[in-house]
Design a protein around this ligand. Structure first.
Ligand code: FAD
Length: 394
């Protein structure tokens, strides 16, 4: 058993804590927030699992990770006792007349690059068979039958309940100020672990007040969305609308609840939604279904997505510290794959094997980045001793 600290109890931190605990590790999970996760991007998100819908704006490896993760989510969810929501009934992509060029470009892009994944061009009549209330607004749509969605907030609650029932040590209101190798500074005390897993999302961005253990090249990308209650609207699967500025979508959440999102703005501002964003989001929703005119606005939500300059996720590795970050707008889409790679990595580190060998063992080696922390050079003998002792004691 290794003594592992996980910093950040958003999406990645909760998954990592639960599954490493189940692998027999001794886990301490730190978060500066309460268990509801109101400071996490995970709570702000929409929960779309739509790899092809994302594909025009991301690299093919994200699409591949998305499809692999779609296959992995049901097993993860089946292992949770709490209520959760996952569906894989496909998504629809639609466009208004003025954006029909983009629609055609997208259809060609899918045909050229993702021919192995089904994509059907639907007529108005065929749209009506799938989504009876959308045929009046659109005379054609692309149907992507493999795509899905997850209840992101329900998942956070289910993970919280599971972590509690499996008695994982979770310290709320614990702001980790610095991470240095396998030591972290919290509430004025340095604490040492065999391994630290940093899942702070945008909390790891380097700044004047966040230097030690912070990640340079990481940035925040603001996203805004609405939560609407529209009992007169009946849409059953995610709908994506071609739009010149944003990737706009409607995600049905059941019982008349919908998420309409999301803007993408290069900013770390967490202030309230702007008039411009709200006009764009709500008019897009209304243009898809006029029933949204009578919807009640339950909440407008603002969050920041953690992203590296190439918008690719990274696992930065040393024997004492793993930093998983840059999940950008794809956290739920790719989390199961990242979790698998993390579990393999931790098992490998515990065996004291060279980190470079991991490239042969994981499905997406391009996510691995080696880091040599100061203390890993200084303390490598001490670390070996600690691991040897831990194994001897277990
Ligand atoms: C508006 C919006 C819509 C989105 N929609 C989707 C979507 O439809 N599909 C999809 O796949 N992804 C979506 N995403 C992206 C997804 O939410 C993120 O990729 C994902 O949540 C990142 O997970 P994470 O665990 O790295 O970070 P987070 O979920 O942000 O968690 C980070 C945690 O670290 C904690 N923390 C930070 N600093 C410290 C510190 N110093 N000490 C202790 N704790 C700390 C925070 O409190 C937080 O709980 C969306 C994001 C936004 C903002």
């Amino acid at each position: 058993m290794a003594n592992i600290a996980i910093v950040g109890a958003g999406l990645m931190g909760r998954l990592a804590a639960l599954f490493l605990h189940r692998q027999g590790e001794q886990i301490t999970l730190f978060d500066k927030d309460q268990k509801k996760g109101e400071l996490s991007a995970a709570r702000a998100a929409a929960g779309l699992l739509t790899p092809l819908g994302e594909s025009l704006h991301c690299e093919p490896n994200i699409v591949a990770m998305g499809f692999d993760s779609l296959a992995l989510w049901p097993k993860i969810l089946d292992s949770l006792d709490g209520y959760h929501f996952f569906q894989q009934q496909g998504s629809l992509l639609v466009s208004h007349a003025q954006d029909s060029g983009d629609f055609q470009r997208f259809a060609k892009h899918l045909k050229r690059n993702y021919v192995q994944h089904p994509c059907h061009l639907l007529s108005r009549e065929q749209i009506n068979e799938l989504e009876p209330e959308l045929g009046r607004s659109f005379n054609r749509a692309l149907y992507l039958p493999e795509e899905g969605q997850i209840g992101n907030r329900k998942l956070l609650v289910a993970l919280q309940q599971q972590l509690e029932s499996e008695q994982v040590n979770w310290l709320t209101n614990h702001h980790v100020e610095q991470i240095n190798g396998n030591r972290l500074l919290v509430n004025g005390d340095w604490q040492q672990f065999d391994l630290i897993i940093d899942c702070r999302g945008t909390g790891a961005i380097k700044s004047a007040s966040n230097t030690v253990g912070a990640i340079s090249d990481l940035r925040a990308v603001r996203g805004e969305l609405f939560q609407l209650f529209a009992p007169d609207v009946h849409i059953h699967r995610p709908i994506r609308l071609m739009h010149p500025r944003y990737q706009l979508y409607i995600a049905p959440k059941g019982k008349g609840h919908y998420v309409v999102g999301a803007t993408e703005i290069e900013s770390d501002d967490l202030g309230p939604m702007t008039v411009r964003s709200s006009l764009e989001l709500l008019s897009a929703a209304y243009s898809i279904h006029p029933g949204f005119a009578e919807a009640k606005i339950r909440q407008h939500v603002v969050g920041t997505r953690p992203a590296f300059s190439d918008n690719q996720p990274q696992m930065k590795l040393s024997h004492e510290l793993i930093q998983i970050n840059g999940l950008f707008r794809h956290g739920f889409l790719i989390a199961p794959v990242l979790l698998e790679q993390l579990l393999t990595t931790v098992a490998h580190i515990k065996q004291e094997k060279p980190l470079e060998q991991l490239t042969e063992l994981v499905a997406y080696p391009e996510l691995l980045h080696w880091q040599q922390s100061e203390s890993s050079t200084i303390n490598s003998n001490q670390r070996r001793y600690n691991y040897a002792n831990n194994y001897a004691n277990n």
